[in-house]
Design a protein around this ligand. Structure first.
Ligand code: DAH
Length: 329
């Protein structure tokens, strides 16, 4: 019996030393658990003679205390080692960032435009994407059957008996001028940023769903000089200080005179947007006296701006949802 108990202690010592945190409990159970080898001996004490029972019982009980102590020591040693490992970790290393969403390049440019123009006192106003023919065309001085309508290929939503009763997907964000001026009196500085739609054969520079900025300012004594300084300010804000604007004569039905704006960017002139002085007929259409007030207006393609700024070569990428594209921003 004595020899057997000594053997159990030795086995236990070796096994406990080899155990890790996970296996320690099962190792201990092999010796002092309910069916452990030492427990079996303790259980069998009753079958021994009185003389044998005392010394063997004492020996077996001391062995149990000893094994319990070895288990506690091993536990403490393992815990200390783990603590040591944790403390050696460099907690100043950057963690792994979870994947988070981000703004599309269009939203980014829209926010930059709002920032650049609000510095100059422009406020954001909105108009609906499904627009009346009256506001998209007629009151902007583009009457039915006017050849200028050919510039805007149109998705019709509803053809009514006249332009007040006909609806379309707005072909530009310019109807804001009509909607806002019908409701407000000058002075006014307004921008409208949003989607526009054209029934168009798509290619690298044409998409049927795209975004536009339209802005205008109306007050007493507004001239082309005001227009040039506002446009120069925001192209510099978006495309960089070295960027500047050049104005060429052009035609839009709702402005007179009208201009095309080119910007000097990356060493060349690039066509960017349209602008001009709000046509006196447009002012009359919204009950503003052109002899008292004047204004300028401008319109820009937002994808076009983003394409210049980020060197993107195909407008169709913006709505493609292709992760190889969107994840670059
Ligand atoms: N609406 C024009 C277009 O879609 C752009 C434009 C040109 C807007 C001149 C304006 C403007 O407000 O003054 O092509």
């Amino acid at each position: 019996m004595e020899a057997e108990i000594k053997k159990i202690i030795e086995e236990a010592r070796l096994a406990i030393e080899k155990s890790d945190q996970q296996s320690l409990i099962t190792t201990a159970a092999k010796f002092i658990g309910r069916k452990g080898s030492l427990t079996e001996i303790l259980k069998s004490l009753g079958s021994l003679s009185i003389e044998e029972r005392k010394p063997v019982g004492e020996l077996a009980n001391r062995a149990k205390v000893k094994i319990e102590q070895m288990v506690r020591e091993r536990e403490a040693a393992l815990g200390a080692a783990q603590h040591q490992r944790l403390m050696q970790r460099d907690t100043t290393l950057p963690g792994i960032l979870p994947v988070v969403g981000h703004f599309s390049p269009i939203t980014r440019i829209i926010r930059e435009l709002i920032g650049a123009l609000s510095e100059l006192g422009f406020e954001v106003a909105e108009s609906p994407e499904v627009e009346l023919e009256l506001y998209n065309f007629d009151l902007l001085n583009i009457p039915p059957n006017h050849p200028a309508r050919d510039q805007w290929d149109t998705f019709w939503v509803k053809k009514g008996k006249d332009s007040k009763n006909s609806a379309l997907l707005r072909t530009h964000t310019t109807p804001i001028q009509i909607r806002y001026m019908l409701e407000h009196k000058p002075p006014m500085r307004v921008m409208n940023l949003g989607r526009a739609f054209r029934y168009e054969a798509e290619d690298v520079t044409h998409a049927s769903v795209f975004s536009q900025l339209d802005g205008f300012m109306v007050d007493r004594g507004i001239s082309v000089a005001h227009m040039k300084s506002v446009i120069n300010h925001f192209v510099k804000k978006i495309l960089g200080e070295e960027c500047r604007a050049r104005f060429r004569p052009s035609f839009f039905p709702f402005t007179e005179p009208s201009f095309e704006v080119d910007v000097w960017f990356n060493g060349k002139w690039l066509e960017l947007m349209g602008c001009g002085m709000v046509h006196p007929q447009v002012l009359r259409n919204v009950n503003i006296d052109p002899n008292e007030y004047s204004g300028f207006a401008f319109g820009a393609g937002i994808e076009r701006l983003a394409m210049l700024k980020y060197d993107i070569n195909d407008i169709r990428l913006f709505l493609s949802g292709d992760p190889r594209f969107v994840e670059q921003f």
